[in-house]
Design a protein around this ligand. Structure first.
Ligand SMILES: Cc1ncc(COP(=O)(O)O)c(C=O)c1O
Length: 436
């Protein structure tokens, strides 16, 4: 009998040679210490990024390594060449179950607590829209949340008359935060008797702050409120243990630090509260019944019901599987240590440049997003200068409503120490030219 592996091997023989062909993952098995530049150059070489480019924007989109691109090409080819065999041997219920199991293990939850989604936004919408909320109920969020978390709440405000309570965690003096106490105090003031949900980022996309998730979740639970965490950034950046954070819901991205395809993500709901979260986009069974009222032999009580929403992308699923292979080959803890090393190197380098303000703390409250600005240079202009002159790709996060405006570098494993030093040198050059 043919197996998944046989089928994939046949595909490998059939797919035309391309820029992504080659062994699945070709990494030396030793040398994973964060500062072992020769090992990490091997890792960086697994990406197809043009060698002239210093890609420091994984926070927006993480380009995939060759093996992940290859898995997607195989999935497209396999599905179109022989749809039935592909569906029988590869893209079937067992594969999806196995994928959920692997992903659950990777992020630290039970397989029955995770559903595969298209992106973080979907999870944030599922979490906010899925709750029974009444007029007058309150949902707490922060002014550093992404619109993916904030606007679904405001939609419920507009539609259902709930009240949005926004916690201000901005520091207008642009200095990084060194303690979680002031954040907790702000949440403490915001969470009241009418609070039903507390929604916030694990890692702020603005200043890279790692929020005190566990403490906020404990506080919310002690007041009877559910928690929904926007995890667009930590999966693939941090060695994640979502269960240990104690949150009720968590929405993650696959297409950023996890390095899977676009349109990949996941949504977690803790077992104990699953009966409080309705699916939002849904065509599956309801109370064990199909559309015509027939009984299902074996209704699936897991969070997989959040995947009952029409056709899905086989290449996206295959890319998650391959991305997990890639992360496991290197090791999530080694990747986090490397990302932190690169971020610390950047913070250290930029600290020595006159006129640079760092909005990111260099302690346990940061990880691999580094936000900075240079006196007298618009962040948009800084982006353009870095790209046009140095082929360095960072982004800017600009929120004029709260006087927040930074350039943001993402330090992930496609970047090397040379790229970091190139960024520091480029910012120093611009500072010199402007007479800062
Ligand atoms: C904190 C945060 N949440 C949500 C999103 C949206 O992510 P997605 O494209 O996976 O929906 C982003 C995107 O940059 C983000 O930074």
């Amino acid at each position: 009998m043919s197996t998944r592996r046989d089928f994939l091997n046949q595909l490998g023989a059939g797919v035309a040679a391309s820029a992504v062909a080659g062994p699945a993952i070709a990494l030396p098995s030793s040398g994973r210490a964060p500062e072992e530049e020769s090992y990490w150059r091997h890792v960086a070489n697994e990406f197809v990024i043009d060698p002239g480019i210093a890609y420091l924007n994984t926070g927006t989109r993480g380009p995939s390594p060759r093996s992940v691109i290859r898995a997607q090409v195989d999935a497209i080819y396999g599905g179109d060449r022989d749809r039935l065999s592909y569906a029988n041997f590869v893209d079937n219920g067992d594969f999806r179950r196995g994928l959920r199991e692997r992903l659950a293990g990777f992020v630290g939850v039970k397989p029955t607590e995770i559903a595969i989604t298209n992106n973080t936004t979907e999870g944030m919408v599922f979490g906010t829209s899925g709750l029974d909320l009444r007029r007058g109920d309150e949902v707490v969020c922060t002014n550093h949340d992404h619109s993916s978390g904030g606007q679904p709440i405001n939609l419920r405000q507009a539609r259902d008359g709930i009240r949005t309570v926004m916690v201000d965690i901005n520091r207008t003096d642009r200095s990084p935060r060194h303690s979680a106490d002031d954040i907790l105090e702000a949440f403490d003031r915001a969470i009241g008797p009418k609070t039903r949900l507390v929604s916030f980022c694990h890692v702020n996309y603005t200043d890279g702050l790692v929020m005190p998730v566990k403490e906020i979740c404990e506080l919310a639970r002690s007041r009877g409120a559910l928690t929904l965490v926007d995890g667009a950034h930590p999966p693939g950046m941090m060695d994640l243990d979502i269960a240990a954070l104690g949150c009720d819901m968590y929405a993650g991205a696959g297409h950023k630090w996890m390095l899977a395809a676009m349109l990949t993500g996941f949504f977690v709901v803790r077992e104990d509260v699953q009966d409080r979260v309705w699916p939002t986009v849904y065509s599956g069974h309801i109370d064990g019944k199909n559309m015509l009222g027939g009984d299902l032999d074996d209704p699936d009580h897991s969070l997989a019901r959040f995947e009952s929403r029409g056709s899905r992308s086989s290449p996206a699923g295959a890319s998650i599987d391959a991305a997990l292979d890639f992360h496991e080959a290197i090791g999530p803890a080694a990747i986090e240590a490397r990302d932190r090393y690169l971020a610390a190197r950047l913070i250290d380098g930029l600290s020595g440049v006159p006129g640079v303000h760092l909005s990111t703390a260099s302690n346990e409250f940061s990880c691999a997003l580094v936000a900075f600005s240079l006196d007298g240079v618009e962040t948009k202009e800084m982006n353009d200068l870095l790209w046009d002159r140095h082929r360095i790709y960072v982004c800017n996060v600009t929120k004029p409503e709260m006087d927040f405006d930074v350039n943001r570098a993402s330090l992930h494993i496609m970047a090397t120490a040379d790229h970091v030093d190139r960024l520091v040198g480029a910012v120093a050059e611009i500072a010199r030219e402007r007479g800062v």
